[in-house]
Ligand binder design. Sequence first.
Ligand code: SAM
Ligand code: DTB
Ligand code: SF4
Length: 337
Amino acid sequence: MPDGLMPAASPAFADPSLPPVRTDWTRDEIAALIALPFPELLFRAQSVHRARFDPTEVQISTLLSIKTGGCPEDCAYCPQSAMHEDGGVKASRLMAVDAVLKEARAARDAGAARFCMGAAWRSPKDHDLETVCAMVEGVKALGLESCVTLGMLDARQAQRLRDAGLDYYNHNLDTSPEHYGNIISTRTYQDRLDTLSNVRDAGINVCCGGIVGMGEDESDRAGLIASLASLPKHPESVPINLLVRVAGTPLAEAEAVDPIDFVRIIAAARIAMPASRVRLAAGREDMTDEAQTLCFLAGANSIFYGEKLLTTPNPEASRDARLLARLGMHTSLVQAS
Ligand code: SAM
Ligand code: DTB
Ligand code: SF4
């Protein structure tokens, strides 16, 4: 394990006298949070964070694209869509189980707690799902938590993954219901909610978040957080991605997000979903160490760790280790599931 990536001495803690987690957040309430004076917003986010988590602890997950490119969906942000692959992503077939487990072992040896496998599919085919289940079993056997993101799932597919021992399924709402149609036309917001409910009903932990920087306005950002925070049960993991602007995608020239505005969204997610892991997800390569630090102070307590996300770069592991060491922060221990 590299210097600076030491597990925390104590995992997250919770006080039974804490207020119940609310699932009735309105967009107006979230918008009011986002608009608070920055010191007030950060104080509230930190108070909520400290009540349930060790503020010096950060969970780390490593991503691997197990099936890259050639996707039939038209998500405007994504370099893997077959509709806009000028970004240079070459379509490939589903990786072999052994090759995936080799990467998982390397991620574990580098200090990751969770291994997340992504496939550029609209939804998995049955024979491919069986291969993914073998990957999940192998990842679990290495002592890692497992996560997959494979597109839409029906109830039977979700149950199959649960039976294989899957810990987390990632499926994002991406943006507000109103902005959604400007970004994706090949599946609906309701399709996404249906998949999330199939995952939840199968007893798999939910990883669900969105993207900031896709031309949305402030009300859309509030709408995304309100949608996540009014799901019947909050996602256990909430990835907040800063758009990675990939050449060849329709959003390649999207306007850059003010880092302070991004921190505000992290803080709002932390306050609205106090018991969830909020992940400072894609986009860290474009952030300064200081902006990332503000995200941690605003309640982010998870990152993707390792040089690559799915197809785009992530900060070097040594840069992350150095930053965590400078901040006196630690990585979390793997939680038994
Ligand atoms: N194909 C599956 C699906 O979309 O359901 C799973 C993989 S997909 C790449 C997972 C998530 O990655 C997307 O929902 C989106 O939120 C995020 N993502 C994809 N491209 C991104 C980009 N350029 N910048 C930030 N986040 C991105
Ligand atoms: C999530 O919310 N972000 C990750 C993960 N879930 C699968 C993906 C980020 C992808 C960034 C663009 C790329 O590397 O292709
Ligand atoms: Fe396909 Fe997922 Fe990319 Fe959308 S985000 S184009 S579904 S890989």
